[in-house]
Write a protein that binds this ligand. Structure first.
Ligand code: PAF
Length: 286
């Protein structure tokens, strides 16, 4: 069922609650691919009812980013959701979410601001304010849907860590379920932004997973010094790649690691032409 208004979602959720049913929420910005599908399938399997939100959230885009050209494919998204057994596709307008005139500056809107220690690094460094926008919209979605479980992909690992922190700090009674990265056979992590890549760019984009897989292999052979592990990346890079960061950080609080251990995540962000891609890998599956 496709729903555009908050009131209708609330009405339906109230009905489910009366019947004692569990509810899963999969927040998305649409342009759904197999990565999203795996989150949706997990929710459908675990919960009595599943809500997928499809909302390109304007307040998490920084000036100059791809808000206007972000792929919008609601019809196809709805079909994927229906085929997967989703109960509600919630696709609100910006006006529905943020009100008349949708005034988005934090002079006029109450924001949820995650701690600076979590947001001044990795993607937060170049995307200032991005995680404020993410936490604010996810909080709103949590309040609208009031799910028992919410499903997020490990592909956006910094986002996942920040949202877990938000839920803990604000005592939000929702369990966050992390879902593994889905990759093409080539190793490329699925992302809605892969749609911007030409065939040739897609080949160049394999550099992200190659660097990460190689670092993990070196770690498994016994190299633990992050500086040495970092250096292994350079043989993969060429003039098509503009490396934004390659960092070793703690899986819980994003503290920088000098010596890699079982709780280390390797994060990478790199631009191919105008397209910014991110990926990450856990050095051990804990
Ligand atoms: O990961 C995303 O697609 C978005 O950041 C999210 C969580 C749906 C919030 O807009």
């Amino acid at each position: 069922m496709l729903i555009h208004t908050i009131a209708e979602v609330r009405e339906q959720v109230k009905e489910w609650r009366k019947q004692g049913l569990s509810i899963g929420l999969v927040p998305t910005m649409g342009a759904l691919h197999d990565g999203h599908k795996s989150l949706i399938e997990k929710s459908v399997e675990k919960c009595d009812k599943t809500v997928v939100s499809v909302f390109v959230n304007p307040i998490q885009f920084c000036p100059g980013e791809d808000l206007d050209k972000y792929p919008r494919t609601l019809e196809a998204d709805e079909k994927l959701c229906n085929d997967a057994g989703v109960d509600i596709v919630f696709a609100p307008s910006p006006k529905e979410m943020y009100g008349e005139g949708h005034i988005l500056s934090n002079d006029f809107l109450t924001y949820v601001i995650p701690p600076y220690f979590y947001t001044d690094k990795l993607c937060g460094k170049s995307r200032v304010g991005h995680f404020d926008g993410v936490c604010t919209v996810v909080n709103k979605l949590f309040n609208i849907v009031q799910p028992d479980f919410a499903f997020f992909g490990e592909k956006d690992r910094q986002q996942l860590i920040i949202l877990k922190k938000m839920v803990k700090d604000l005592n939000i009674p929702i369990q966050i379920i992390p879902c593994p990265i889905v990759r093409e056979e080539s190793g490329l992590a699925l992302s809605s932004r892969n749609k911007y890549l030409s065939e040739n760019d897609k080949k160049e984009a394999l550099v992200l997973s190659k660097i990460l897989f190689n670092i993990k292999a070196c770690y498994e052979k016994g190299i633990k010094d992050c500086k040495l592990l970092h250096e292994t990346a350079f043989s993969y890079l060429n003039e098509h790649h503009s490396l934004e960061y390659l960092e070793f950080r703690d899986a819980d609080d994003l503290e920088e690691k000098k010596i890699a251990d079982k709780n280390t995540i390797v994060f990478i962000a790199l631009k191919i032409g105008d397209v910014r891609l991110i990926d990450n890998i856990a050095l051990e599956n804990v």
